[in-house]
Design a protein around this ligand. Structure first.
Ligand SMILES: [Zn+2]
Length: 231
């Protein structure tokens, strides 16, 4: 009998610890914090980080539900379009808060994704990121989405947004908005996946950085007030 009691207490303890370890976001994307977050998945058959340094430097943390959405979306795309290559970029710090040079990314709900690109043969290749181009962030595409021998794969962006949306729905996570260069956005409208994403809220004005080499998603999860942030 004592043994059963011990097991019951143990089970209760585990349940409570899991409960305590649940990801919690505080405040807003521009003034917030994160506790018990997760790192974005390192890499997979169809995706890689903008730099392995980013993960090492602790710049790829998110709310764990967001990490799950990102991971599920890549898994779905590896089934539907195994040849496409995706690169994700920065999300936030382990405990959220200020995240220079970004103005948001403070509560684990913002993720940057580098644009998927095609080479001259039409093959999907990871966007080349290195310290020379600020890990991709300083690449400048022209108004038709070309840079050097590479062009933006708008089909892949739209399909990725559709996959993220589907994964978000399945994980009970909302999508607040998508920030992407308004000059390039019309090119998404002629893609086959546009109908699945056309009612997402896209940025209408050019923001403080152009967002041509990456698109930014703010997810929507109910967060606690910053005043509730534990010490
Ligand atoms: Zn961003």
């Amino acid at each position: 009998m004592k043994r059963y009691l011990l097991l019951a207490f143990l089970a209760l303890f585990i349940v409570c610890s899991v409960e305590l370890a649940a990801s919690t976001c505080y405040g807003t994307t521009s003034n917030g914090a994160l506790r018990n977050g997760c790192k974005l998945p390192g890499s997979g058959p169809n995706f890689s980080p903008y730099t392995s340094l980013g993960s090492a430097l602790g710049r790829t943390w998110v709310h764990c539900d967001v990490a799950q959405v990102v991971s599920d979306a890549y898994a779905a795309l590896s089934e539907s379009h195994p040849d496409w290559r995706f690169v994700y970029a920065e999300s936030g710090k382990a405990k959220g808060g200020e995240f220079e040079p970004h103005k948001t990314h403070q509560n684990g709900l913002s993720v940057d994704f580098m644009v998927p690109v095609l080479d001259t043969s039409g093959t999907s290749v990871p966007l080349p990121t290195s310290i020379l181009n600020k890990f991709g962030y300083s690449i400048e595409f022209d108004s038709s989405g070309h840079v050097g021998d590479l062009r933006i794969d708008f089909e892949a962006i739209a399909a990725h947004l559709a996959a993220v949306r589907e994964a978000a729905n399945a994980n009970d996570v909302g999508i607040w908005r998508v920030i992407f260069d308004p000059e390039l956005q019309p090119r998404l409208q002629s893609t086959t996946s546009w109908r699945k994403i056309k009612d997402l809220q896209f940025s209408e004005r050019r923001s403080w950085v152009r967002h041509d080499e990456h698109y930014h998603i703010d997810f929507d999860i109910r967060c606690r007030s910053l005043a509730d942030l534990p010490e």
